[in-house]
Design a protein around this ligand. Structure first.
Ligand SMILES: [Zn+2]
Length: 144
């Protein structure tokens, strides 16, 4: 995902993405490496998770930080350090939504297993198109 989109998420949902600003011994923030087409899904999920984190006790809010967002087997994977049942339910909803949306452009998509990329959820237009995704290395890393 483009760096400006990631930083906008980190800015709008500071509790969930606290890992972009703080260093941890384990489970540090690994970035958001899925395509831009899923940004609205990630944003919807982030807003919902942030609201749930806000009602947790102050000293426990950091447990519920995001670690990594990426694509796996054609769907969205959203890793958190810890999650309540309600948070887990929301992540599952977002993952199932991602299988209906093109990861690259955000248009309606379907899971396609015919490409050399392996399973990918894409629209007809992006199918077979060469789309260069940012390398994991170029995803923002926390600045201290
Ligand atoms: Zn597309």
């Amino acid at each position: 995902m483009k760096e400006d989109l990631i930083w906008a998420l980190a800015f709008d949902y500071p509790r969930l993405y606290i890992g972009t600003r703080r260093r941890y011994e384990s489970a540090s923030f690994q970035g958001i490496t899925c395509g831009d087409g899923w940004e609205p899904i990630v944003r919807w999920l982030s807003a919902a998770l942030e609201r749930l984190i806000e009602i947790e006790p102050k000293d426990e809010q950091e447990f519920y930080r995001c670690i990594e967002v990426r694509e796996r087997y054609g769907g969205l994977e959203f890793y958190m350090n810890d999650a309540t049942d309600e948070m887990t339910k929301l992540v599952k909803i977002a993952t199932s939504e991602s299988f209906k949306v093109c990861e690259f452009c955000g248009q309606p998509g379907v899971l396609r297993q015919d490409g050399r990329r392996g399973a990918k959820t894409l629209c007809e237009g992006c199918r077979g198109k060469v789309v260069v995704l940012p390398l994991a290395m170029s995803a923002p890393v926390p600045h201290f």
